[in-house]
Design a protein around this ligand. Structure first.
Ligand SMILES: *[C@@H]1O[C@H](CO)[C@@H](O)[C@H](O)[C@H]1NC(C)=O
Ligand SMILES: *[C@@H]1O[C@H](CO)[C@@H](O)[C@H](O)[C@H]1NC(C)=O
Ligand SMILES: *[C@@H]1O[C@H](CO)[C@@H](O)[C@H](O)[C@H]1NC(C)=O
Length: 437
């Protein structure tokens, strides 16, 4: 086959953009119609998506014309610099896991209860900070006087180190959310408790940050005592009813994803490389292009909601995200979509050797005794109600089930939304006041 010439490439790109522009969801429906048999999906796409998009675009364009080509200076600041710039103290620590990974922890020290924040897949501690001092959950909790700790899982941009293996080795990337829960979380939690001389902390997880907690506390139940409350912002465990089109695709093609990426030697996804940074600068560098290109990248994954667009900080948010993940994390999630179970990684015929059984063992979530508060939103394409209900029915200690009052509030609005302070924070504080110490 002849390579497409530049005109053809241009055409391809433009038609893709038009597709996103014109009505992102209509195109989606054509492409994925055979995959999406979930009635929730169609219900979520309301007619006012189009009109809201247009008015938000107009707003973005006005903002842009007022500040043409002026770059938000926060883009070039890293997480510690952003925290300092907003007049908060910041500390940085490195923790070594029992299997040799070096993980970076950031802390905004405070006199209040210890709160440990754990990001989702492809994310990093930056995502609690990059939405700005009025929206970033790290800042909001620090403003309340909490002792805020932010973790980073192995392989993300802050934690690309191991005492024995290098990220250029395939084996470095041989982990899914299972290992993050089993090895990374206990290393970080023990470190925080030792450093603060506390016997327990409050855990806040977003997305994969919740899955890894369920892995830890079901397989190593002694950790339940070390956490006085777990706040689940978008709880992800059972996944067969997931709405997100890309994740449904990964569910359908998880075996191909595994074999093709392995054959091509691709073990890492969307890592923080100079090329990616250049693309981010070019496409996500200002309010308008970040709104058009970068926000849609996460919207296709996690749901559309222009109402929470954080215009001011979009360029900062999308110059920190994505922070890299292993391919295996996604293959494992794809397996959950396909199997309809919340269970360990499926190695196929090697399951016998690994687990002594044909099927991978399920995570015994009935052993999770930590009080869990779930914050759920109807507009979240990665955590659907029917899946959460399966989880909740097995859970011995559900402390709270809160439905976000804004219907379209999406998966990424939990961290990037401009009004996390009004929509998410009050419920979090109420629960921490009741359970935290
Ligand atoms: C942030 O940048 C400063 C100045 O270049 C550097 O000293 C610091 O190590 C950086 N921190 C992180 C977490 O990258
Ligand atoms: C838009 O971007 C400019 C330059 O990056 C920034 O100074 C401004 O605060 C942003 N404004 C809004 C409302 O988004
Ligand atoms: C849009 O967001 C604001 C807060 O930022 C909220 O008060 C309002 O109810 C939201 N509107 C819709 C339609 O969800």
């Amino acid at each position: 086959m002849k390579m497409a010439n530049s005109k053809q490439k241009c055409f391809l790109i433009i038609s893709f953009l038009l597709c996103v522009f014109e009505h992102e969801v209509k195109c989606e429906n054509d492409i994925y119609s055979n995959l999406i048999d979930n009635p929730i999906f169609n219900k979520l796409i309301t007619e006012d998506h189009e009109s809201t998009f247009k008015s938000q675009l107009k707003q973005s364009a006005q903002i842009w014309s007022q500040s043409i080509l002026q770059q938000n200076e926060d883009i070039s600041l890293n997480i510690t610099q952003l925290i300092k710039k907003n007049n908060y103290p910041v500390e940085e620590y490195t923790v070594t896991t029992s299997d040799g990974y070096l993980l970076k922890l950031f802390r905004i020290p405070g006199n209040g209860p210890v709160v440990f924040l754990m990001h989702g897949a492809l994310c990093s501690a930056d995502d609690w900070i990059s939405p700005g001092v009025d929206s970033g959950i790290g800042f909001l909790l620090a403003a309340q006087g909490y002792d805020v700790w932010m973790g980073n899982n192995r392989g993300n941009k802050h934690s690309r180190m191991n005492t024995k293996i290098s990220p250029s080795d395939k084996s470095f990337w041989d982990y899914s959310f299972h290992e993050i829960g089993y090895y990374d979380l206990p290393a970080m939690i023990d470190f925080v408790l030792e450093k603060t001389s506390k016997s327990s902390l409050t855990y806040v997880g977003h997305s994969q940050g919740t899955s890894v907690f369920y892995v830890l506390t079901s397989l190593r139940p002694e950790y339940n005592q070390k956490v006085n409350l777990m706040l689940a912002l978008s709880s992800v465990a059972w996944m067969s009813n997931v709405v997100s089109p890309p994740i449904r695709l990964v569910g359908q093609f998880n075996k191909q994803l595994e074999s093709v990426s392995s054959a091509l030697g691709i073990n890492e996804l969307l890592g923080d490389t100079p090329t990616l940074r250049l693309i981010q600068r070019a496409f996500c560098g200002n309010n308008v292009t970040a709104f058009i290109f970068c926000q849609h990248f996460t919207a296709i994954l996690g749901g559309f909601n222009y109402n929470q667009t954080n215009h001011e900080n979009l360029p900062v948010i999308y110059n920190k995200f994505p922070a890299g993940a292993s391919v295996k994390q996604f293959v494992h999630y794809g397996q959950l979509v396909e199997s309809g179970e919340f269970r360990q990684y499926d190695y196929g015929i090697r399951n016998i050797e690994k687990y002594g059984s044909l099927a991978p063992p399920s995570y015994p979530v009935e052993k999770i005794t930590t009080p869990i508060a779930i914050l759920y939103s109807r507009g979240d394409w990665l955590a659907s109600l029917s899946d959460i209900l399966i989880f909740v029915s097995k859970l011995p200690n559900l402390a709270d089930f809160y439905v976000i009052p804004e219907d379209a509030f999406s998966h990424f609005d939990f961290i990037y939304g401009k009004d996390t302070k009004g929509v998410v924070l009050p419920r979090m504080l109420r629960m921490i006041n009741r359970y935290g110490q």
